[in-house]
Design a protein around this ligand. Structure first.
Ligand code: FES
Length: 104
């Protein structure tokens, strides 16, 4: 399915993602260095922080307590914030739009 990714500087790419990968893995496999994802998806670094387009927020799986706690360490957290390693991509999410958060 399609995954639309914007960078903090405003560039935009449409990626083709496989169900079963996380949104973080799809972005990393596309070679986008704007998303460091330093912990490799173990929900402990907050460097996979994205802002989800508002119309998609309610269609994502709910946030777990550990994701919520790690996001508290993220820069610029807002009501659209999620950790992209905690979002499993699926056909239901075809067309999902996320913006990579600023890391500094
Ligand atoms: Fe580290 Fe998501 S990759 S919290």
């Amino acid at each position: 399915g399609r995954l639309v990714v914007r960078t903090p500087s405003g560039a935009s790419r449409v990626l083709n993602g496989n169900a079963g990968l996380s949104v973080m893995e799809i972005i990393r496999e596309a070679g986008m260095d704007e998303l460091p994802a330093l912990c490799g998806g173990s929900c402990s670094c907050a460097t996979c922080h994205v802002h989800v387009a508002s119309e998609w927020l309610a269609r994502l799986p709910p946030m777990a307590e550990d994701e919520d706690a790690v996001l508290d360490e993220a820069i610029g957290r807002d009501q659209y914030s999620r950790l992209s390693c905690q979002i499993p991509f699926s056909t239901r999410l075809d067309g999902l739009e996320v913006t990579i958060a600023r890391m500094e």
